[in-house]
Design a binder for this molecule. Sequence first.
Ligand code: GDP
Ligand code: K
Ligand code: MG
Length: 298
Amino acid sequence: MANTEFHSGFVAIIGRPNVGKSTLLNRIVGQKVAIMSDKAQTTRNRIQGIYTTKDTQMVFIDTPGIHKPHSRLGDFMVKSALSTLGEVDAVLFMINADERRGAGDNFIIERLKAVNKPIYLVINKIDQIHPDRLLEIMDQYKDAISWADVYPISALEGNNVDELVATLKSKLPAGPQYYPADQITDHPERFIISELIREKVLDLTRQEVPHSTAVVIDSIKRQDEEKIHIQATIIIERSSQKGIIIGKGGSMLKRIGSMARRDIERLLGDKVYLELWVKVQENWKDRENLLASYGYRQ
Ligand code: GDP
Ligand code: K
Ligand code: MG
């Protein structure tokens, strides 16, 4: 058999807001909403996307603290961001080719100096500039730190992105496939989100509704740049439970919604508009054909 060794690793994408980090992720991971997270990871870093091929898995993470200005909280965040960066296999530092090096970039660069991992300078939005300008911007950064490599790209149009991915791939160490291959295309966050909502239902109703209560995520869509729209249905087995969940004038459902929304926002790192519905479905758990329509899979 040919060499089938699997390679995998974590890649952090950092850079000032609006340089194009999400756009690059969406291009690499290949779907519009690259929202994805692992509950256990949310305090330190967020998984933003997973790229899987038959012999490679690249997990892209965000390290929120590295972008924050100085403050007491900022200090703590920066420390955890730095320890995260010490654990990844590569760091992509992204800049906008159309903007001069500024305080925000310097803030990050200062911190990157302490990071002993290959750091790639990714100069994005080259579609917007004249090639002369590219040399100028490269000059501004060339001695900032010792770059593993420099990639001028257009995340929007795709220029040079395959080359960047190929380089990252070739540098990944042998390792396991951390996540199922279909994870990013199958909205794995659905499960975590439904669990977060279910948890609030059980907590707030003080177990007056049974554990068999299910929450099904009907849709997750990006509403606009700032917000993700999530529709979910709480499925109960008896109509007598409906009143408990909805509460007087809808007050209970509102509380469930707002507490769940806060957790989901933390999970996804985005603003969320959460729409909750309640549906009675007797013995739903026994009806396999329904399970499929509720998005449960083996
Ligand atoms: P982030 O804040 O770093 O995640 O940046 P986004 O990915 O949200 O991008 C910010 C804006 O820059 C969006 O309007 C993108 O469409 C735009 N953008 C991202 N990459 C490129 C690029 O390569 N070329 C151009 N012209 N615009 C880009
Ligand atoms: K943005
Ligand atoms: Mg973004």
